[in-house]
Write a protein that binds this ligand. Structure first.
Ligand code: XMP
Ligand code: MG
Length: 184
């Protein structure tokens, strides 16, 4: 999928595919330095983090294992509810493991702060967070994020794994939608 497939639904591209690829390369270098000599369990948060997991993990030299969680903090709308439910739990035991949670976006931060505390509570040796995007103006909790791709304005975005009503996840870039899309 590309901008040409969107008719007039696309408002603006905030992060191009090239910018994302370059930034993930820098993040991977930093992660490799920070975890030198250690093994890492990277935990992707379904479904939005699928693209970041695929691209970031292939840039890492650190030995990794991958696992996935699905949590829900959103209904079908575009505002965070703050209520987190585990829809799919990890297959692995994280006790004693160095865990890196990989997310598509941090909005209010409620989902991630809950998830981080949850994994720490299971006895992980360490829990850090890597996210492709962050909306600083939307933060409702103070959360320490070790690796951030891009800080973006507090607007609803789609692409690179992020959806509106399950669409646009396969856009290679991150962008905003025209208002008429939401009123359909
Ligand atoms: P919180 O507010 O808990 O939300 O940090 C994190 C989760 O909310 C979703 N989210 C978005 N999804 N475009 C999306 O498609 C957005 O702009 C957006 N903002 C937040 C996302 O699932 C994320 O994991
Ligand atoms: Mg998500």
């Amino acid at each position: 999928m590309d901008a040409t497939d969107m008719g007039n639904d696309l408002k603006e591209i905030l992060v191009t595919a090239e910018d994302m690829d370059r930034r993930l390369g820098e993040m991977a270098e930093q992660i490799d330095r920070d975890y030198a000599g250690r093994e890492l369990l990277i935990v992707g948060v379904l479904r939005g983090a699928v693209m970041v997991m695929a691209d970031l993990s292939r840039k890492l030299h650190t030995p990794i294992e991958m696992d996935w969680m699905a949590v829900s903090s959103y209904g079908s709308g575009t505002k965070s509810s703050g209520v987190v439910r585990i829809l799919k739990d990890l297959d692995q035991d994280v006790a004693g493991r160095h865990v890196l949670i990989v997310e598509d976006i941090i909005d209010s931060g409620l989902t991630l702060s809950w998830l981080k505390a949850n994994l720490q509570g299971r006895g992980a040796a360490s829990v850090n967070i890597a996210t492709a995007l962050r909306k600083p103006a939307a933060a409702k909790v103070d959360i320490d994020v070790a690796y951030v791709g891009f800080d973006i304005p507090d607007e609803f975005v789609v692409g690179y794994g992020l959806d509106y009503a399950e669409k646009y996840r396969n856009l290679p870039f991150v962008g905003t939608l025209q208002p008429h899309v939401y009123s359909n």
